[in-house]
Write a protein that binds this ligand. Sequence first.
Ligand code: HEC
Ligand code: HEC
Length: 305
Amino acid sequence: MEGFPSVVHPDNNEYSEERTSLGKLLFYDPILSSDSTISCASCHKQEFAFGDNVSVSKGVDGRLGARNSPSLANVAYHPYFTREGGVPSLEHHVLVPLQEHAEMDLNILIAAERIGKSDRYMKLCESAYPDKPYYFAITSSLAQFQRSFISSNSKFDDYLVNQDPKSLTQSELNGMKLFFSNRTNCSSCHEGINFTNYGFENNGIYKTYLDPGRYRLTKEDADRAKFKIPSLRNVGLTAPYMHDGSMSSLEEVIEMYSKGGRGSPYQSQLIKPLNLTDKEKKDLVEFLKTLTDTEFIQNKEFQIP
Ligand code: HEC
Ligand code: HEC
């Protein structure tokens, strides 16, 4: 496994401290929702690695969407966003929650108007993005703040860097071997530094799916009920799991994989009965918990003073 590459910023949004700190203020500010009650941080909470601890988070007016709020750790490395992968950059993605009826429900032009009425934001936007309209400053600075969410300091990273087998317990080491084995295939899909190859797969959590997954975007039958493979970084903190938050614990997830999925016609060939023993199940769970990065969830750089 290679180390963490440096973060690439797009040409029209080069890194600056001013831009990142503007993005931070906006991330925590409910001014970006129609009734000024919901911010990005309402659903993406630092203590849960910028995910949420409910199946489906509430947007404005208590409205519920259909999907679980994912962790934003290491989103800087994702090639596309949302579970069907239809959004090409973090800059574009800001418009999704902003305009989504069940999330913030606010037109970006109205958001820009609100920002323009605040002396503080006006000054910050003009110094971070001179000569650019406020809507550009909103999407660009939020994208930039999210690119700073790097989680690379878990117990597992300690083990990799120090190459000291003693930094993991025997159970965690056993779980690691299982995870990276051809028997379980976990790392065929959850691979690399971010524990995902960013592919779209069906891992068999249902026989019949309500959510069309990637089909919603491509209208290709082969993409039915396929979802972007999630990163497993900080997975010990991000319950409940899966696109709809339908699994409440890692034990439940491992039980499902051990049984070989629930037999969806779209299920990947890689998901098959593993018949794990109780000890092996426990070892896998223990390994997954070594991906928790306590420094990341306590990092003051991500907080408003
Ligand atoms: C009401 C809850 C809610 C709010 C508010 C919200 N999000 Fe999200 N966010 C979600 C959900 C749910 C998803 C998953 C969408 C999907 O998979 O289709 C998501 C997905 C994302 C993703 C894509 C992650 C990935 O792995 O593809 C990013 C990035 C993101 N949100 C950033 C933001 C930002 C920035 C804001 C504020 C402008 C914000 N969110 C506001 C619930 C919310
Ligand atoms: C065929 C590819 C594939 C294989 C093999 C696979 N997974 Fe997954 N995994 C996925 C997909 C796709 C999802 C998301 C499904 C959804 O959103 O409904 C997922 C979700 C998860 C989640 C929940 C993450 C979250 O934040 O919701 C965990 C934990 C997980 N997998 C662990 C494992 C383990 C452990 C193994 C091996 C026993 C494994 N996976 C094997 C594709 C795979």
